[in-house]
Design a protein around this ligand. Structure first.
Ligand code: SAM
Ligand code: SF4
Length: 357
């Protein structure tokens, strides 16, 4: 087993003000180096996807517990100093944040080991068409848009909102923006959208995007997930093989998605099989909730408070040291795997909308 993480200053890295800020990388006790920070900006949403949150009765995070854009950028800066190279903004629905472009601008201006941070967005696409230009100008690197059905009645039943046209407008705007690779995400569900997997891939091909199917995970607020009825990676692949010849794309690295060439390429499709083919061994991700709690795993229960470190001191170096300590403690406590196959597994209390997907 590798040595436990150490906090050492690399004296060759300098911040703009000349103060040495780079710190040791975030390595956990299994040797996994953490370079990817997912930040949830809100638990609220313009949709109510059945696998994520209920239509009514949601208990929202209080407004004053939500991190401000300055606080989010402050955490991203400390994380960048510790080797984080990529930040994904998510939610809930990140487009509900009026200050989203400011956030993107603030994070895109950060450097990790001398290179600009990659800032990506996961969104349901509603309202994106009106905001894509300001997001691109602010420095957004690329984006993922979620769409589970291209049939209006089905989309409405699944999300409890008649907004398919808005999502499609968002996808078209993203395609026109030129940001690539553009990815579309769909949760594949038995007897819900399993008969339109080919149509979803075709939509992605039409807009120069990659379709990625996600196995449904036990992260719904209502705790209604049932493993025995979920659509598996193998079933998704077999539905796609009826239409395309699939050959594996090599070089997956730490990516959650396995990818295949369609009919020999160059177009591709991806599958994120968190349940039947977990990829915990290469996980390089940390997650910050909208109310400032740091998590090392989607499926875990452990959270460490970053908001206390942020709001506990008016001295910026003390604040940064506090955030850095929380990042390191979180990584040090990370478990080997999500354990959802263990008999002892208990679904997290927070739903996906409050953790950040
Ligand atoms: N609202 C944005 C969106 O839908 O893209 C960002 C947040 S959403 C929680 C991020 C991703 O998580 C989406 O692609 C969504 O489909 C996925 N997701 C939500 N609940 C899920 C679940 N129970 N299992 C698998 N994926 C889920
Ligand atoms: Fe909203 Fe995304 Fe959850 Fe759907 S998956 S309810 S769009 S946060």
């Amino acid at each position: 087993m590798p040595d436990p993480p150490r906090t050492v200053l690399r004296m060759d890295d300098q911040a703009e003000d000349g103060v040495t800020t780079a710190t040791a990388p975030l390595v956990d006790s299994f040797g996994r180096v953490h370079s990817d920070l997912r930040i949830s900006l809100t638990d609220r949403c313009s949709l109510r996807c059945t696998y994520c949150m209920p239509e009514q009765g949601n208990v929202w995070l209080s407004r004053d517990s939500i991190l401000t854009s300055d606080e989010v950028v402050a955490v991203a800066r400390v994380a960048a100093d510790a080797g984080v190279t990529k930040v994904r903004l998510t939610g809930g629905e990140p487009l509900l944040r009026a200050d989203l472009a400011d956030l993107v601008r603030g994070i895109a201006a950060l450097r990790s080991d001398g290179r600009p941070l990659e800032v990506t967005l996961t969104t349901n696409g509603i309202g994106l068409a009106d905001r894509i230009d300001e997001l691109v100008a602010a420095g957004l690197s690329r984006l993922n848009i979620s769409i589970d059905s291209v049939r209006r009645d089905r989309f409405t039943a699944l999300t409890k909102r008649d907004r398919l046209a808005d999502v499609l407008a968002g996808i078209r705007a993203a395609a026109a923006s030129g940001l690539r690779p553009l990815k579309l995400n769909a949760v594949a569900m038995r007897d819900v959208n399993d008969d339109e997997l080919v149509d979803l891939v075709q939509l992605a091909l039409d807009v120069d995007a990659e379709m990625r199917f996600i196995e449904q995970m036990p992260l719904d607020v209502g705790h209604a997930w049932d493993r025995s009825t979920m659509l598996t990676r193998d079933e998704i692949l077999s539905a796609l093989r009826a239409r395309w010849d699939l050959t594996p794309v090599p070089g997956r690295g730490g990516s959650p998605a396995e990818r295949w060439w369609l009919d020999g390429g160059p177009r591709t499709v991806g599958v994120i099989a968190s349940v039947t083919a977990p990829f915990c061994g290469t996980c390089n991700r940390l997650r910050l909730t909208a109310d400032g709690q740091l998590r090392s795993c989607l499926f875990g229960h452990d959270e460490l408070s970053v908001i206390e470190a942020l709001r506990g001191s008016s001295d910026s170096s003390q604040r940064d040291a506090g955030v850095d300590a929380v990042l390191r403690a979180c990584v040090a406590g990370k478990r080997a795997g999500h354990g959802i196959d263990d008999l002892s597994f208990v679904q997290p209390t927070r739903g996906m909308n409050a953790i950040g997907g």
